[in-house]
Design a protein around this ligand. Structure first.
Ligand code: HEM
Ligand code: HEM
Length: 219
């Protein structure tokens, strides 16, 4: 008798957990389609990281082309690159916790899929670049210095073959990301200046300033 009672209350608790979970998922789905803009944290992180990433790329290019400026450019490249790694983790967490705006309902499915796919590709690059940069320093037996006093631990043991590999991978990733960003920027400007469907403003504006004529879905 008491065993039956226990079983009943156990299944009731399970049902309650299930309904809370479904409710949460539903609420998240509704929020996701209702929100028109990326949240403030997402927007700040996007523009801050865009500035840092483009700066690190040009600093990297300078490091490889000017022998005299190389030491101070490396001292700048490493801390900015490591900051990008931490900001990327923060941005990823913000993105999965908070709803993001839905793409316009009249946008073809394949374009929507491509847009989301490219966003995740950019996340992968934003993570892989600092890791291969840090990894190549460790494999080459160099220190990853953030400042005179702050030196990061080695990621891997010294290994000349791995160093050469990571050096080339880091370079390849940096230039690939550069071309991806040029494409991303061109598409963003196309939406801002020609299509005017609210995609660009979702990354620049707060909730209160959305124009009425935006074609983004209302639900
Ligand atoms: C998103 C972040 C980063 C970007 C966009 C980036 C970009 C670049 C670029 C464009 C180069 C020059 C490649 C070439 O033409 O050969 C480079 C080289 C390099 N980067 Fe990065 N990097 C990033 C993060 C890091 C981090 C976090 C570290 C170290 C902790 C690092 C360490 C290095 C090193 C050691 C070199 C090669 C220097 C040399 O061999 O002379 N990078 N990076
Ligand atoms: C290094 C440079 C950049 C990187 C790595 C980057 C990356 C990203 C990523 C990952 C997203 C998806 C949203 C998110 O998860 O935060 C995004 C969205 C967006 N980005 Fe960028 N971005 C860069 C530069 C730019 C620039 C220069 C512009 C504009 C001129 C721009 C305009 C936009 C817009 C309008 C969106 C929203 C698109 C949508 O709703 O699908 N981005 N960006």
């Amino acid at each position: 008798m008491s065993q039956q009672k226990n079983l009943k209350s156990g299944s009731r608790i399970r049902d309650w957990f299930k309904s809370v979970k479904i409710f949460k998922l539903r609420r998240r789905h509704i929020n996701r389609s209702l929100s028109l803009n990326f949240n403030l944290t997402g927007r700040i992180l996007h523009w801050l990281m865009a500035t840092l990433i483009l700066s690190t790329m040009f600093i990297g290019l300078g490091m490889m082309t000017s022998l005299s400026s190389r030491p101070w450019l490396i001292d700048l490249h490493i801390p900015i690159g490591v900051a990008i790694l931490f900001l990327c983790i923060l941005r990823f967490l913000n993105r999965i916790i908070n709803p993001i705006p839905a793409l316009p309902s009249d946008m073809p499915k394949i374009e929507k899929k491509m847009a989301h796919f490219m966003h995740w590709v950019m996340y992968a690059f934003m993570l892989a670049l600092p890791i291969t940069g840090w990894g190549q320093l460790s494999a080459g037996g160099f220190q990853a210095k953030l400042s005179q006093n702050i030196i990061l631990p080695s990621l891997i043991d010294q290994n000349p073959v791995l160093y050469a590999w990571l050096h080339d991978i880091h370079r390849g990733l940096a230039w690939s990301l550069f071309f991806i960003v040029v494409g991303h920027l061109s598409i963003a400007l196309l939406h801002a200046l020609v299509i005017k469907d609210g995609i660009f403003s979702s990354m620049t504006r707060g909730k209160g300033k959305i124009k009425k004529e935006t074609k983004r879905p209302s639900a």
